[in-house]
Design a protein around this ligand. Sequence first.
Ligand SMILES: [Fe+2]
Length: 436
Amino acid sequence: MERDDDRYQAGMRVRRSVLGDAHVDRAEARKTPLDTDFQRFITEGAWGSVWTRPGLDRPTRSLLTLAILASLGHWEEFAMHVRASRHTGARARDHRRGAFPRRRLCRSARGQPRLRHSQGGAGRGRCPFLHACEEYRGAMIIDSPEALTGAVLEVMQRTPDPRLREIMTSLVRHVHGFVREVRLTEDEFREAAAILNEIGGLSTDNHNEMVLMAGSLGVSSLVCLLNNGGDGAAETSQNLLGPFWRKGSPRVENGGSIVRSDTPGPAIVVTFTVVDQQAQPVTGADVDIWHSSPIGLYENQDPGQADMNLRGSFTTDASGRIWFRSVKPAGYPIPADGVVGRLLKAQGRHPHRPAHIHALVYRVGYKTLTSQVYSDDDEHLESDAQFGVTRALTGRFKRHDEPHPEHGDVAAPWYSLEHTFVLEPGEARLPKPPIK
Ligand SMILES: [Fe+2]
């Protein structure tokens, strides 16, 4: 045991002299109960025995270590020993004569050996240690598309915030992969930059071309589905907020009407039920409702409608329900006079969204629900320009050709809609209203 302790102490001295105190201190600080014994074994066995054994000088041992690690493909350890070679006395000259006679090596400005990557064309004479050599990566002298991606990723990986690091590293990997896959031309790249500038220029307080584009590419729906329903594992009532929610909708009692000015079109009687994930009613939830008119216009788009027409704020009763009267909404085209419109046209896509009724459900103790219930009789139900229609939110807009049994003023045909929203646990937080 005493002998092992001696070997450990001797190994630790060699390890520190070769790898440097800073490296060893970091490694020691990162030790866990799981690898403590292994760290001791390595310090005793590798550093305390092999590296202290007489016969080979330290530069030679350093070169042999590099050769073994390279042949085994252990690039992280290889990079570590390249850095360590500044302590072992292994010089570029020794590298050339020793472990890597066919590889071209050079000296960094500090006189330390490093692998030369700038010689030779693709596939011929390029150093295979490109991604292992930190000194090279730090220098960022680019000699190939692969080296460029590696250098950018290396910079991204130095981002201090872990989440930002994860996002930026993945973004670079995918964007570089995309450029490679489509072989983006210089003209196309310039056009793409101009399009992004145009999208920014088209966005105002009342219009967000970027959000419109995200919806048109299915990104908004993907983010929604991945972040709800048990992180995408189950159906969810969550859906897109859309651009037309206004804060401060007038309060309406259950059973009341949200038609505030003459709005021709068939009547609809709506009942929404709000439950939790155990199917228990959620009482006292605030529910904002808004939808377009029977000609597909929200009141803020249509001078013919009264302020706050087809909007109302309700509270769920003891059964978790709200109910109200309105007129049947129609689908509508998304704004198609900008970049998104040009894209849709170029792809032969129509700009329409199927008819829907929006709901925003707020109750402390639950994640605030933004939802839309889509009309199952709409011709665009299966081709929504914004990819928002889900099976869970396809509503049964039932047509009735007989008089309404209770409301004598409801002429046939009229429609009814009953739908249930499921709240998920989470933070009750109102979104920022897209418009005033
Ligand atoms: Fe809408």
